[in-house]
Design a protein around this ligand. Structure first.
Ligand SMILES: Nc1ncnc2c1ncn2[C@@H]1O[C@H](COP(=O)(O)OP(=O)(O)OP(=O)(O)O)[C@@H](O)[C@H]1O
Length: 410
């Protein structure tokens, strides 16, 4: 049974100007989970978060952490037992990175040298080089500052981490990196994390559970990301999640899809070969104007011959260009006689699929590939073969049927 780390019971907050920021919130957050509070601006996410460390006191109701009412714990003690990361990293400008990270451990009585040594170790775990330890915050990029903010929040080894829009001030690419690193970190550390964002995609990417708040500080739905996408509780949640929720819910579907052999052209040597992962090798290409294999080279291919990506493993009309490490570079059109077009016509390939990736990734890889086939790669990035669009679609359909069967079963 999962333990409850945080419990809101009938919690409301009315500010002195009469604004109801939180309205009768009942919520249980399991120990070791990453729970996201999401919702439009002004719906009470930050207020709810700040009631955990008593930066805000509830007007009514109780907030408990590990069964203890936070009102009974001195605020300073409470705050030291939780990491807190904000939108602006909140680093002290006149302290070096390592001293910023060491602040709370120092307050907790850890010696300066131990705190600094630990600070340097923490830099590594948030994806930063130790050489940054002696820099000042202004000498770091926005993304690096946020990473230092996360390291600082983790420095006292707190079981609970509060994160208030920590990644919203950085550009989208850095933001994705930070999200990925947070998930990696959480896999290793299993903290109880409460994360506030107004970005539903961020919530769905990060959350084990997501609490959707509506205006007026009311909880609209509290569910797993998958449940939210598949069964929004009401129109507000459906609207807030937005378009494409069917497509986005594919993120949670994983199903075996056949990896077919594919002919590749080495960009350096000009040599063609057949990558056939089922046979565990790369075979020379048979110069008969096609790939030298038919569909029966695939693991279990039976296909309708229609729909996106339909067609033989010969990637009709296209050949996959690879580098010296067999990593895909893109697709080249091939003429009727099997001759590839000049390199200028290279269509840089779309997203890639790795074993274990979701059906959404597979479909995206197929749709973003000019050949209509998703390029499958091994963990080292080398080509493993191709997935066919029609087979991906069939796998999606099968998953959907399975789900509705499950629902109909008593
Ligand atoms: N100190 C305060 N005094 C008065 N009203 C406040 C105070 N803090 C927040 N509010 C109001 O309470 C409501 C909820 O604010 P809160 O910051 O919790 O929302 P939020 O969902 O975190 O919003 P945002 O995403 O914009 O940060 C808002 O209407 C806000 O204006």
């Amino acid at each position: 049974m999962t333990e409850t780390a945080i419990r809101y019971s009938g919690v409301s907050k009315v500010y002195s100007n009469g604004t109801t920021a939180v309205d009768h919130l009942d919520l249980e957050i399991p120990t070791g989970s990453l729970t996201v509070f999401v919702g439009p601006s002004g719906c009470g996410k930050t207020t709810s978060l700040r009631m955990l460390n008593r930066m805000v006191e509830p007007t009514s109701g109780t907030v408990e952490i590990n069964g203890r009412n936070v009102a009974d714990v001195p605020a300073a003690q409470l705050r030291r037992s939780m990491g807190y990361v904000m939108q602006q990293s909140g680093l002290m400008p006149h302290r070096t990175v390592e001293d910023n990270i060491a602040t709370v451990p120092r307050l907790n009585g850890v010696s300066k040298s131990t705190a600094r040594t630990n600070a340097r170790k923490l830099l590594g775990s948030v994806g930063l080089d130790e050489s940054l330890a002696t820099r000042y915050p202004a000498q770091l990029s926005g993304g690096q500052q946020q990473r230092v903010g996360v390291a600082r929040a983790l420095a006292a080894d707190p079981p609970i981490l509060l994160m208030d829009e920590p990644f919203s001030a950085v550009d989208p690419v850095v933001r994705q990196d930070l999200q990925r690193e947070l998930l990696d970190l959480q896999q290793r550390l299993h903290r109880t994390i409460v994360f506030v964002t107004h970005d539903i995609d961020e919530a769905i990417t990060l959350g084990n559970r997501v609490a959707v708040f509506a205006r007026g500080g009311k909880l609209a739905q509290y569910a797993t990301p998958e449940e939210l996408l598949r069964a929004p509780a009401n129109d507000f949640v459906a609207d807030f999640i937005g378009r494409d929720r069917g497509f986005r819910s594919l993120t949670f579907d994983r199903a075996p899809v056949a990896v077919h052999p594919v002919t590749v052209l080495n960009a350096d040597t000009g040599q063609r070969s057949l990558v056939d992962s089922a046979r565990g090798d790369t075979a020379p290409w048979q110069a008969d104007g096609t790939t030298g294999v038919t569909d029966d080279g695939a693991h279990d291919a039976t296909h309708a011959g229609a729909g996106i990506g339909a067609g033989a493993a010969s990637s009709q009309g296209w050949i996959l260009l690879v580098n010296e490490r067999n990593a895909p570079l893109g697709w080249l059109p091939v003429d009727g006689a099997g001759n590839p077009a000049p390199r200028e016509q290279l269509r840089v390939g779309g997203t890639l699929w790795r074993a274990g990736d979701s059906l959404r990734t597979a479909l995206d890889a197929a749709l973003s590939s000019p050949s209509g086939q998703a390029v499958a790669v091994h963990q080292d990035g080398s080509v493993a073969g191709v997935l066919r669009g029609d087979e991906i679609m069939r796998a999606i359909e099968e998953q959907r049927n399975e789900r509705s069967d499950r629902r109909e079963r008593p």
